[in-house]
Design a protein around this ligand. Structure first.
Ligand code: HAX
Length: 439
C-alpha cells in the first residue's frame, strides 16, 4: 500500500536525524520558559515537535511547507472540480510530498475499500439521548469502534519500531469511516433516518460526503466539503484538539481513544465549537435587525455583545496575528459562487466592524477573523442549517492532520508526554531570588 511503502522508505533517515538531536545536541538551548508563559496557558513555549505543519503568526499555516493557497493550487483536483482531492491532501500530510493524481487516487481507493460502518456503531448512536450534541455522538461513535483497533490488538506482539504500521492501519480505517459517521449523525439527528449509508467507491471522499448528507446541490457541496476538510486538517501541534490527540497517543492509547480525546477538546466554544457560535452570532444579528443591519447597528451589536462579558466568536487567535488564510480561502470560495447571499454580506460587514471594535476594546491580541468566522455561512448557503453539526465537520477534517501526526509520532518513537509543573510558591520564590540579585 502506497502510504506504507513511502513511510518505510523515509524512516531510516528520519530516525538518524532524531537520534543525532537527542544524543549529540541534548543540551542545546531552544528557549527559556517565562512565568507569563506558564500562567498564560503555555502560550508560545516551543516544546512540541512536528513536521506535518507549522503556523507563522504573520502568515498562517503551512502544510508540509505549503501555504493554504499553495496547497490548494498544488494538489490534484477531483474530476470536473476546482477543489483538490482530499486523498491528495492526506498523502501530502503523511508523506511530505505533493502527490501525483494517481497517488492521490490510490489514497482515495484505500479509503473506499475501508469505508464501512459497523452496525453496532449505528446502534450506539441511535441509543443516545435525542438532545445529545452531535459532537457527543461523534466522539461516542469513534470510541465505539475502538474494539477494532489493530494497534490495541497487536500491541503485545509488536516491537516499538513497528508501532507506526499499526498506527497507519488504524488511521486509514478511522479516516475512511468519518464521512459515513458524520453524515449518519446528521441524517439521524435532524431527519430521524436510521438507514445504513453506503460509500460509493466511484466517488471521491468529498463527493461521497455530499451524497450522504443529501444536500440539494451535491456538486457544489462536494466542492465545499473538499475545501472544508483540507483547510481544517492541521494547525501545528499546540492547538487544543491536536494536542489532546498527541497527548493521549503518547501513552500508546490507540488512534480511536486518541481521536475521541481530540474531538472532546474540539467541542469547546473557544476552539472548534466557535464555528456554530459564530453563525449563531450572525443569525442573531440578522434576526435582531430584521434583515441586514447597517454598519452602525452591527458596531453597536458587537459592543453590546462584548459588554455582556462574552467573546465574539470567530475572531482572535492564540497564535495568528493576521487574517487567517483559511478564512480568506473560504471567503473567496463563497464570493466566486454566491456573492449576493445575505449572510455572506453580513459576514463581510463583520470583517470590517468586529476588528474595529476589538481594537477599541484593546484586549484581544489579534482582532482578525479566524477560520470559524465564515465556515458556517458557507454550510448555511448549501442548506446545512442545523449549525450544531458544523464542529463535527471540522472534526472530520481535523482527523486528517492529527492522524498524520499520530502515525509519525509512533514512527519516531515520541515518548509519553510529561511536562513538569511548578507551584505558585515556587514561582514566587524564583521571582524573589531574581529581584534580590544585583542588576
Ligand atoms: N472577543 C472578545 N474578547 C476576546 C476575543 C474575542 N474574539 N479574543 C480575545 N479576547 C480577549 C480574551 O478573552 C482575553 O481576555 P481576558 O484578558 O479578559 O481573559 C484577552 O482578549 C486576551 O486574549 P488573547 O491573548 O488575545 O487570546 P487568547 O490566546 O487568550 O485566546 C482565543 C484565543 C481564540 C480563545 C480568543 O481569541 C477567543 O476567545 N476568540 C473567540 C472564540 C473563537 O473564535 N475561537 C476559535 C479560535 C480558532 C480555533 O481554534 N478554531 O477552532
Amino acid at each position: 500500500m502506497i502510504l506504507h511503502e513511502k513511510i518505510e522508505a523515509q524512516l531510516p533517515d528520519w530516525r538518524a536525524r532524531v537520534h543525532a538531536l537527542a544524543k549529540e545536541h541534548t543540551d542545546a538551548v531552544i528557549d527559556t520558559v517565562k512565568v507569563g508563559e506558564i500562567i498564560g496557558g503555555m502560550r508560545d513555549i516551543k516544546s512540541l515537535w512536528t513536521d506535518i505543519s507549522s503556523v507563522d503568526p504573520g502568515e498562517g499555516i503551512r502544510l508540509r511547507g505549503l501555504t493554504v493557497n499553495e496547497t490548494l493550487k498544488a494538489l490534484p483536483k477531483a474530476r470536473g472540480s476546482k477543489t483538490p482531492l482530499v486523498g491528495g491532501l492526506y498523502y501530502l500530510l503523511v508523506i511530505g510530498e505533493t502527490p501525483t493524481k494517481e497517488q492521490a487516487l490510490e489514497v482515495e481507493a484505500e479509503w473506499a475499500k475501508r469505508a464501512e460502518l459497523p452496525d453496532h456503531v449505528m446502534k450506539v448512536l441511535r441509543a443516545m439521548p435525542k438532545d445529545a450534541h452531535p459532537m457527543t455522538l461523534f466522539s461516542q461513535a469513534v470510541l465505539a469502534m475502538q474494539n477494532e483497533s489493530v494497534f490495541a490488538k497487536t500491541y503485545h506482539e509488536m516491537k516499538k519500531d513497528a508501532y507506526w504500521e499499526a498506527a497507519l492501519e488504524d488511521s486509514l480505517n478511522l479516516t475512511a469511516r468519518l464521512p459515513l459517521i458524520a453524515a449518519y449523525i446528521y441524517r439521524l439527528k435532524y431527519f430521524g433516518e436510521t438507514k445504513k449509508l453506503k460509500y460509493n467507491p466511484k466517488l471521491d471522499y468529498g463527493a461521497n460526503f455530499a451524497r450522504m448528507m443529501k444536500v440539494d446541490d451535491k456538486k457544489g457541496y462536494a466542492e465545499l466539503a473538499r475545501l472544508y476538510f483540507i483547510i481544517h486538517s492541521d494547525h501545528e501541534s499546540g492547538n487544543a484538539s491536536a494536542h489532546a490527540m498527541h497527548l493521549a497517543g503518547s501513552t500508546l492509547s490507540d488512534a480511536y481513544y486518541s481521536f475521541s480525546a481530540c474531538l472532546n477538546a474540539l467541542a469547546g466554544p473557544l476552539h472548534g465549537l466557535a464555528n456554530q457560535e459564530s453563525l449563531g452570532w450572525l443569525l442573531n444579528a440578522r434576526k435582531q435587525f430584521d434583515g441586514l443591519p447597517t454598519r452602525d447597528e452591527l458596531y453597536k451589536y458587537t459592543w453590546d455583545h462584548l459588554n455582556s462579558g462574552r467573546v465574539v466568536p470567530g475572531y482572535g487567535h492564540g497564535v495568528l496575528r493576521v487574517i487567517d488564510p483559511r478564512f480568506t480561502a473560504q471567503l473567496e470560495f463563497a464570493k466566486a459562487r454566491f456573492p449576493d447571499f445575505d449572510l455572506l454580506r453580513l459576514a463581510e460587514m463583520a470583517l470590517e466592524v468586529v476588528p474595529t471594535v476589538l481594537k477599541e476594546q484593546g484586549k484581544a491580541k489579534s482582532p482578525a477573523p479566524n477560520v470559524d468566522a465564515i465556515s458556517g455561512t458557507l454550510q448555511y448557503f448549501y442548506g446545512v442549517r442545523e449549525f450544531e453539526i458544523y464542529t463535527v465537520l471540522f472534526g472530520v477534517g481535523r482527523a486528517l492532520g492529527v492522524t498524520a501526526n499520530y502515525i509519525w509520532a509512533r514512527a519516531l518513537g515520541q515518548p509519553i508526554e510529561r511536562p513538569k509543573s511548578v507551584t505558585t510558591a515556587q514561582m514566587e520564590d524564583i521571582v524573589k531570588q531574581q529581584q534580590a540579585q544585583p542588576a
